[in-house]
Design a protein around this ligand. Structure first.
Ligand SMILES: Cc1ncc(COP(=O)(O)O)c(C=O)c1O
Length: 406
């Protein structure tokens, strides 16, 4: 599968000169390439068995035009809040294609979700109890799947959501008894299936495949206790993208093998179940860039700094403060403006920092770039997921980044 790893020619994005995009839309700017997203989903569809659906996790990038565009390409979307529910409904997505996962759903959020008729992935017995009361109050039956915290831990995931004690989902050990005793909920909740999301940002295809196999076996076991046949089985996701120089794109073939076996087996043993994956960054992460303009250049005790008009307030992840254990530079480049093109021959080692008064506001540390001047553009690739919406945009009251879908 061809990788969409960041652009070969650093001066263009979505077939447009980056300098032109910055001139048209201003900086700081997030630009997303809809063609790359389409291509990524098409490539996945070719490889995956037809029985495996693809859902988009809106949290990865909730920019409304992007949500609207992607919703036509995937089988469903996963939401994590009432805000994302509104986004999904405004994008015209049928409630039957929406599922709602996340700890700490408030009563008002559950009410909205029940009223809209979306599938709710319940994260705790307390949540189920509140949900039943809300459904009763609204005179509706709520559609429910149980989010399971599996006993196994995925290997290689950058972030683990399953195995050990977790705030996400219900420990698999308590679920058989809960399902055996479903009668207490059955007048208000319709049991539809299971959701097992073990971890995220995993670049090891073998380990994702192993987690999928283990998730399917767990689902078969729990299905024996279920009050109704499994109609929906969310096998999670966790497909990672390479951010750093030492990383390689995810090898999909072990995943394809595992999912093919699972789909064949499920056709016999779980015939009513719609199987799907829930993917965020894998669908959109490589299809976005963040563009800042260099405002200042200074030398401090022999070290050169380029100061840009945006920083961790827009791109927390690139600054290394979004859960990374070791801070590393995202793939980045200098995009020349027509005024400065000829000057960019020699390179120099610089640190690129944002405009915030904190040493955490570091976009690239000791990076080798062509000689840059104020007015030039600094571009960060792999920025289509967990960018604008996952950054503290209000911090220091700088303007929010502009976003555009190309
Ligand atoms: C339940 C759930 N679904 C989907 C995702 C999306 O993960 P990613 O963007 O890494 O695919 C996450 C990430 O935190 C998650 O917790």
């Amino acid at each position: 599968m061809p990788t969409l790893f960041f652009v070969q020619d650093n001066q263009f994005f979505a077939n447009r000169p980056i300098a032109q995009l910055a001139a048209e839309h201003g900086t700081p700017l997030y630009a997303y390439d809809s063609q790359r997203i389409r291509q990524r989903i098409q490539d996945l569809r070719i490889l995956l068995p037809a029985a495996i659906g693809i859902h988009y996790a809106i949290k990865a990038n909730p920019y409304p035009p992007l949500v609207r565009a992607i919703s036509a390409l995937v089988d469903g979307v996963d939401i994590a809040s009432a805000g994302e529910l509104d986004l999904a409904l405004q994008a015209g997505i049928n409630p039957h294609r929406i599922s709602f996962a996340g700890p700490g759903k408030r009563d008002s959020e559950l009410e909205e979700a029940v009223a809209a008729g979306v599938l709710i992935n319940a994260e705790s017995i307390n949540e189920l109890t509140r949900l039943a009361a809300i459904a009763q109050k609204l005179g509706r039956k709520a559609r429910v799947a149980l989010r399971i915290n599996p006993a196994f831990e995925p290997k290689g995931a950058g972030m683990r959501m399953g195995g050990g004690p977790r705030p996400f989902g219900m420990d698999e050990e308590i679920v058989p008894d809960l399902l055996n005793d479903w009668g207490r909920f059955s007048s208000h909740l319709t049991f539809e299936g299971l959701h097992i999301f073990a971890g995220s940002q995993n670049l090891n295809g073998e380990s994702i495949a192993a987690a999928q196999r283990a998730s399917y076996q767990l689902a078969l076991h729990l299905a024996e206790h279920a009050p109704a046949p499994i109609k929906t089985l969310n096998l999670g996701g966790g497909f990672g993208i390479p951010y750093f120089a030492h990383e390689s794109p995810l090898e999909l073939s072990p995943i394809v093998t595992a999912l093919t076996e699972i789909a064949q087996d499920a056709a016999q043993r779980m015939p009513e179940a719609a199987l799907h994956l829930e993917l965020g960054r894998y669908l959109v992460g490589e299809a976005g860039i963040y563009v800042t303009r260099i405002v200042d250049k200074k030398v401090s005790r022999g070290h050169t700094y380029l100061v840009t008009d945006g920083g961790l307030n827009h791109h927390l992840a690139a600054s290394g403060n979004f859960g990374q254990v070791i801070r590393r530079n995202y793939p980045a480049a200098l995009a020349q403006t027509s005024a400065t093109q000829s000057a960019h021959r020699r390179t120099e080692t610089v640190s690129v920092v944002g405009p915030l008064c904190t040493p955490l506001d570091l976009l690239a540390d000791k990076i080798n770039l062509p000689m840059a001047e104020p007015g030039d553009l600094f571009v960060i690739f792999q920025s289509g997921a967990y960018g604008a919406s996952a950054s503290p945009q209000g911090f220091l009251s700088h303007p929010a980044a502009t976003e555009v879908l190309l």
